[in-house]
Design a protein around this ligand. Structure first.
Ligand code: PBG
Ligand code: ZN
Length: 329
C-alpha cells in the first residue's frame, strides 16, 4: 500500500485550533441543570454538607438563594429542586402542601430570578414515612391511588410558579394524571419533563442519603426498570409521549448511553439525562484519592452524555462546569 492511500485521522488533530474546528460536541451553559436539595429548617441560612456527595449540601431557602445567585452569575439557566421536609407521613402530605418546602422555595426563587428555569421533581419518596414513591397497602406500592397525589403535587408546584414539572416516581399513568390536572386547573402551557426511563439503579445511593429517602422495606424494583432492558425503554417512552410528556429523561446517564441514543433517534422530543448522585460521587471520590483528574473526567463524562443525544443534562457538576467555562480553576 502506498503511504498516501490510508486514512490519516491525525491531520485533523495536529493543533488545538484544528481540533476545535472539527469538534462535533460542545457543552453549552444552556445544556446544564443543577440539582439542589432544599432543607426545611428553623434557620433559613442552614447548610448541611452531604457526606457522600462532596461539594453538595442540603440548603435551607435563604442559603439556597445565595448559592443559586452565585451559580446564575456563572451562567446557570436552570435548577431542579428536591425537598427535605421536617414532617413525613403515610400519604406524603408535605409533597402537596401549599406552604410545603418546595412550594415556598419555588415562589422565592422565581421572585428573585424570574428568568431562571425552575424544574421541580415530582415524587412522594422524600415525603413518605416509609420512603417509597407511592402509597402503600399490604406492603405493596399502589399504582392508581398514587396518581391523584402525584397530580396534586404537580399542581401545587405549578401554582407556586414552577416552569417545568418532572415526575420521577415511575407509576404507570402518572403523566396523563398530571397533564389532566394541569389542563383542568389552568396550566395548559406548563411542560412535563418525564423521567420516562428510570432504572432501578444502585447509583442513587448517595442521593438517598442526601434526601433521606431510602425505602424502609423492600426496594424500588417493582416500579423502576430492570438495568438489563433496552427495548422496554422505548415502550416506556412511547407511553409517556402518548400521555402528554413534553421531554423525556433517561436516568442514570453514563451507564445508559445506549438508551439515550435510542430515545434520541426513535422520538422527536427533547431528551434529557440525569447524571445521578453515584456517578458524581465516584468521580469525586477517585479525585480525592488522586486517582482521577476531576475536571477532565467530569467534562468528559458530561460531554459523552451530550454526544449520545441528551441536550439537557441534569448534573451535580453543573456549577463547577460553568465555573470552568468561565475560566476558573
Ligand atoms: C426520587 C428520585 C431519586 C433520584 C431522583 N429522584 C431517587 C430514587 O429514585 O431513589 C435520584 C437522583 C440521584 O441519585 O442523583 N424518586
Ligand atoms: Zn421517588
Amino acid at each position: 500500500m502506498s503511504s498516501s492511500n490510508f486514512y490519516r485521522g491525525r491531520r485533523l488533530r495536529s493543533s488545538k485550533a484544528i481540533r476545535d474546528m472539527v469538534r462535533e460536541t460542545d457543552l453549552l451553559p444552556r445544556n446544564l441543570v443543577q440539582p439542589f436539595f432544599v432543607l426545611e429548617s428553623q434557620d433559613p441560612k442552614e447548610s448541611r454538607p452531604i457526606a457522600s456527595m462532596p461539594g453538595q449540601s442540603q440548603l435551607a431557602p435563604a442559603a439556597l438563594e445565595e448559592e443559586v445567585s452565585r451559580a446564575v452569575d456563572l451562567g446557570l439557566q436552570s435548577v431542579i429542586l428536591f425537598g427535605i421536609p421536617v414532617h413525613k407521613d403515610q400519604k406524603a402530605s408535605q409533597a402537596y402542601a401549599q406552604d410545603g418546602i418546595i412550594q415556598q422555595t419555588v415562589q422565592r426563587l422565581k421572585k428573585r430570578f424570574p428568568s431562571l428555569v425552575v424544574i421541580t421533581d415530582v415524587c412522594l419518596c422524600e415525603y413518605t414515612d416509609h420512603g417509597h414513591c407511592g402509597l402503600i397497602q399490604d406492603k405493596k406500592v399502589q399504582n392508581d391511588p398514587t396518581l391523584e397525589l402525584l397530580a396534586k403535587t404537580a399542581l401545587s408546584h405549578a401554582q407556586a410558579g414552577a416552569d417545568i414539572v418532572a415526575p420521577s416516581d415511575m407509576m404507570d399513568g402518572r403523566v396523563q394524571a398530571i397533564r389532566d390536572m394541569l389542563d383542568n386547573q389552568g396550566f395548559k402551557e406548563l411542560p412535563i419533563m418525564s423521567y420516562a426511563v428510570k432504572y432501578a439503579s444502585a447509583y442513587y445511593g448517595p442521593f438517598r442519603e442526601a434526601a433521606q429517602s431510602s425505602p424502609s422495606f423492600g426496594d424500588r424494583k417493582t416500579y423502576q426498570m430492570d438495568p438489563g432492558n433496552a427495548r422496554e425503554a422505548l415502550r416506556e417512552a412511547e407511553a409517556d409521549i402518548i400521555q402528554g410528556a413534553d421531554m423525556l429523561m433517561v436516568k442514570p446517564a453514563l451507564p445508559y448511553l445506549d438508551i439515550i441514543s435510542a430515545l434520541q433517534s426513535s422520538f422527536d422530543l427533547p431528551v434529557a439525562a440525569y447524571q445521578v448522585s453515584g456517578e458524581y460521587s465516584q468521580i469525586k471520590a477517585a479525585a480525592q484519592l488522586g486517582w482521577l483528574d476531576e475536571k477532565s473526567v467530569a467534562l468528559e463524562s458530561v460531554t459523552a452524555i451530550k454526544r449520545a443525544g441528551a441536550e439537557i443534562i441534569l448534573t451535580y457538576f453543573a456549577r463547577e462546569i460553568l465555573g470552568w467555562m468561565a475560566g476558573n480553576e
